[in-house]
Design a protein around this ligand. Structure first.
Ligand SMILES: NC(=O)c1ccc[n+]([C@@H]2O[C@H](COP(=O)([O-])OP(=O)(O)OC[C@H]3O[C@@H](n4cnc5c(N)ncnc54)[C@H](O)[C@@H]3O)[C@@H](O)[C@H]2O)c1
Length: 454
């Protein structure tokens, strides 16, 4: 989308914006209404810059499956020192400590004295930032504690599970002027960054519609009684909505300039019947097994539709409970063409023959993202979801060491995560539209779309 086109469209759609907001606020979750009227406790942190730090001193909370993977990536990056590790399971903390020592660093101090021992770690004066990879319900209390103690907070996905929590992150980041970034690694995939690059160069024309998803058969994991199976399953028992929206939504939100020239206006959502987990438990473990007993509330396939303030549309799906090849869709449709993932393919008018798709790889030489050109080979060697985890960690440390703004703001963490609770509200209210709060408090109108550089 050219700047000219986006400004023209913005003005053209201004009347429509009022209409959609009026519609949505009549159906807004009460908690969002309360939250929307809260006053900022500090200035905006949009494009926040903090002084460059030659070495980034990290603490980790939660070093299970994901925290260990992140630790392994950060340890491979120059200018990172890991000073402290917290986990309620001493064996996990010790394993992580061993990884730090094996990487040639001094042994970090460990904090393993129960669920709130992270507060003791946050009081250390030698930490710049805290990486949080714990169960979802712990993300916000931990990030708020870290920011209030003066550290930047880097939180796993989704950043928050309620609207109130989303606002807590925004308020605390503004009050403390700290970075609060959600570690949405999917924004750093090779295809996702290439699509961002293409969109910024206008290849798709005017951007109209996008689709993302988290379609990942997690039945075995959810019922394993280990790792995420110890806590994530509870969300499928108690909630019904789009429980894990940010992997699919993050990359397309960046392409569309959400929070930076456009914003989510409202969302409508519906869920299919919940069948997958019960059936799987009955078939694998027998009808009398405790795992076959719970009534799983979460509808297997959730489909949420978001309308943006510029009038564009986004579909986000979630299904972790049925057989399905891994799929985040990653579709962007513009007036000149379309791109879609799984497998990666593209159709551009005037370039692609007939009505066919062609492989996205055909465009790599012309549109490959400079970040992947620079560190892609290294990222593939180090691994982590095809290299995107390493690219994310490298880029985050690069920004901190060079005093640059980060690619994802607290407003992105809040807006992308909020689709979870907003979809729950819509599902519970006959798919009525739920208004998306403007976490930026209007700053989205004056902020240019993201351009990630190498
Ligand atoms: N971005 C990705 O690709 C990706 C992949 C997997 C998981 N995740 C996210 O990472 C987070 C963690 O997931 P996981 O798979 O590592 O789960 P996990 O259960 O394997 O690990 C969680 C860890 O947190 C620890 N923990 C729990 N409560 C704690 C507390 N109060 N204080 C300190 N430690 C505590 C547990 O002991 C465990 O070691 C989740 O938010 C999940 O959604 C993201």
């Amino acid at each position: 989308m050219s700047n000219q086109a986006s400004r023209r469209d913005f003005i053209k759609s201004a009347a429509g914006v009022g209409a959609t907001v009026a519609l949505a606020t009549s159906a807004v979750p009460a908690s969002a209404q309360r939250a929307a009227s809260r006053r900022a406790q500090g200035k905006s942190v949009m494009d926040l810059v903090v002084p460059a730090m030659p070495t980034v001193r990290l603490g980790f909370i939660g070093v299970g499956g994901r925290g260990s993977g992140l630790l392994s990536n950060f340890l491979k990056i120059e200018g990172v020192a890991v000073k402290a590790i917290c986990d309620v399971r001493p064996a996990h903390a010790d394993r992580a400590k061993g990884m730090v020592v094996a990487a040639g660093q001094s042994a970090p101090e460990t904090y393993t004295l129960g669920n709130t021992d992270f507060k003791r770690m946050c009081r250390r004066r030698d930490l710049d930032a805290i990486v949080i990879a714990t169960p979802w319900e712990w993300h916000v209390p931990m990030a708020v504690e870290a920011m209030n103690a003066g550290q930047h907070a880097f939180i796993e996905v989704p950043a928050a599970v309620t609207l109130e929590e989303c606002w807590q992150l925004v308020d605390t980041a503004e009050k403390t002027q700290r970075h609060c970034m959600m570690l949405e690694n999917c924004c750093y995939g090779e295809a996702e960054l290439m699509v961002l690059n293409m969109a910024r160069q206008g290849l798709f024309g005017e951007l109209l519609h996008a689709e993302g998803a988290y379609l990942h058969d997690l039945r075995g994991l959810l019922l394993s009684g280990q790792g995420e199976g110890l806590w994530r399953t509870q969300h499928s028992i108690k909630r019904n909505g789009n429980l894990y929206p940010t992997h699919g939504l993050g990359p397309i939100a960046q392409v569309l300039g959400i929070n930076r020239s456009d914003r989510f206006d409202y969302v409508v959502s519906m869920s299919s019947p919940a069948r997958g987990l019960s059936l799987y438990a009955q078939e694998k473990f027998g009808a009398n097994d405790p795992r076959a007993k719970p009534i799983y509330k979460n509808g297997d396939m959730n489909t949420s539709l978001i309308k943006t303030s510029l009038g564009r549309t986004i579909m986000v799906q979630h299904d972790t409970e049925n057989p399905h090849p891994y799929d985040r869709i990653n579709l962007v449709q513009g007036t000149k063409g379309v791109v879609r993932g799984y497998p990666d393919r593209i159709h551009i008018e005037g370039r692609t023959k007939g009505e066919d798709w062609e492989p996205l790889g055909n465009y790599r030489n012309e549109f490959g993202h400079p970040l992947w050109t620079k560190i892609g080979e290294l990222a593939k060697q180090h691994g982590g979801h095809g290299g995107m985890d390493f690219v994310m960690c490298w880029r985050l440390i690069h920004c901190l060491r060079n005093g640059l703004p980060l690619d994802q703001s607290v407003y992105d963490a809040a807006a992308w995560s909020a689709i979870g609770p907003l979809s729950e509200w819509s599902v519970a209210h006959g798919s009525r539209p739920a208004a998306c709060p403007d976490f930026t408090r209007g700053a989205w109108k004056k902020t240019a779309p993201l351009l990630i550089q190498a």
